[in-house]
Design a protein around this ligand. Structure first.
Ligand SMILES: [Zn+2]
Length: 222
């Protein structure tokens, strides 16, 4: 009975879940993990905490000033974007948190709220809920298989139209979360600088060996 009532509440309040768990974990891992290796567990937990622990899905939307769909019936009347300040709060919390994996957890929570604002049905009102969660499920499935290269779409009746999401949209979401939290893409930069450093050290070593005639001696000894 209680369950049925909850379901009823969900249906009438137009609660919006946002990306599914797998997509949220992927986004958080891409953004946060390079800075906090070893905190996978906390990052995974933070990535889904707003949906699974906080149960505040009524605040995961972001109604922008300009309407994102062609039909005004589904356009929010005023801009109202609680997800962004929530993401900002958790980013600040992360910045002040001294414990490494706790810090990673807060960043992952921030990434959840900000990522949800990138789902088109978090920018609309009164949309068909099966279409809304249908798109999110398709994204989760496709990104779970190959996050680097996918494209999904769903044909909806309310609002009428076909709505798509691709790996390029996912990359854009990730880079927005990186900008917002200040966690710039780090892993790659580090890798590049390591390769550069290795190259410089090797070249330097070769030069020193040549100067000291070590190379020619090595050749003679053979
Ligand atoms: Zn959410």
């Amino acid at each position: 009975m209680a369950r049925a009532f909850l379901l009823f509440l969900l249906l009438v309040s137009g609660v919006a879940f946002g990306f599914k768990a797998g997509t949220h974990r992927y986004i958080a891992e891409q953004v946060v993990l390079p800075y906090f290796p070893g905190c996978e567990k906390e990052i995974d937990a933070g990535a889904v905490a707003p949906d699974s622990d906080f149960h505040d899905t009524a605040r995961h939307h972001c109604y922008p000033e300009k309407c994102m769909v062609g039909d005004s019936r589904y356009c929010p009347e005023k801009n109202d974007c609680p997800a962004r300040p929530l993401a900002a709060n958790y980013t600040t919390k992360a910045e002040f948190e001294p414990e490494k994996c706790r810090k990673a957890y807060y960043y992952a929570v921030a990434s959840h709220y900000l990522a949800d604002t990138h789902v088109v049905f978090h920018n609309t009102v009164q949309e068909d809920e099966s279409c809304h969660s249908g798109l999110e499920e398709k994204i989760d499935k496709a990104a779970g298989k190959n996050p680097e290269n996918f494209e999904v779409s769903i044909a909806c009746s309310a609002p009428k139209g076909t709505f798509a999401f691709s790996s390029a949209d996912l990359r854009k979401t990730i880079s927005d979360v990186q900008d917002f939290t200040g966690l710039a893409p780090r892993k790659m930069q580090e890798d590049y600088s390591l390769i550069m450093l290795a190259g410089v050290v090797l070249a330097g070593a070769l030069l020193v060996m040549r100067r000291r005639g070590l190379l020619s001696r090595l050749k003679h000894n053979r």
